[in-house]
Design a protein around this ligand. Sequence first.
Ligand SMILES: [Zn+2]
Length: 344
Amino acid sequence: MPKSSFVDFKAVKAAITMEQVLQHYGLIDRFKRSGDNLSGPCPIHKGTNPTQFRVSISKNIWNCFSECKHGGNVLDFIARMESCGIHAAALKAIEWFRLDPKAVASDSESENDPPGEAPRNTNPPRTKQDSKPASAPESSAPNKPLQFRLDKLQRDHPYLKERGFTLETIVDFGAGFCEKGVMAKRIAIPIHNPEGKVVAYAGRWPGEPASDTPKYKLPQGFRKSQELFNLDRAIQEPADRPLVIVEGFFGCMKLHQHGCRKVVALMGSTLSATQEELIRKHTNRHSRVIVMLDEDEAGRTGREDIAVRLARFVFVKIHTFDQEDRQPEHLSAEEVAQLFGGAT
Ligand SMILES: [Zn+2]
């Protein structure tokens, strides 16, 4: 693969068959063919029942009806076999099957999140499905700086205090409770572009919203895949410090509060092509990046993919938490100091 190209997942999926992939793993002899189906023991959970794993040849998809209770396309299969993300699986497939890199390179940004998808805390725990690349390409037009400011934000709102934020951090990030206007009754958090201009406000409902109210609100037309939250300030930190990548606003703000100031948030658990470019632009081949996503299914899937992509141009370390559902926001000042040795 050319270093800078993005993979067109659809083209890779169309170029290889499940039969070829099973053959690659030396598994095809264990499978029986009948009509449109191949069936055999599940290679993913290493089962023995000869009918538990089925492949539809025409649809080029698979299903494990036993332990995995899961199915998908060729790339999902490789991702499961290799315990990697979809992007990494696609790169492997390109290599194994000697696909023409040009034929499967994407000049669009189809790896991006769906437009307008709210940040990660918005939704109930996501499944693997959600972290798959969106098929609809997203416009890569930059977000325009806002012509207004939300003023009179209440800085000392109890919700922010409850989440452990000091007034200093809240003021520093320009956040606060908004009484009126587009973000009414929400905690407004300004999002800046790399030049430091406000391009949007994200609105977090303070507490658990009713089921029909989203936790996060982003302005219509705002493309979060075009920005990295706090990048404008992170790039002012010394070049020899590692850049920490987290998922959400509050994780970013908390690390910042604890003295880790070279930190950005993806506003989700995937890295868009534009975000990857932003990181590339503001790092060099000596730079270090620490990927610190949430310890859940989406975070684990996301960090694999992100690490593979960033490792092409910086030194990457994945931070894992030893407990399910732990996230950067939960880290204490002491833990942050220990992790970064006060050097971030
Ligand atoms: Zn299985």
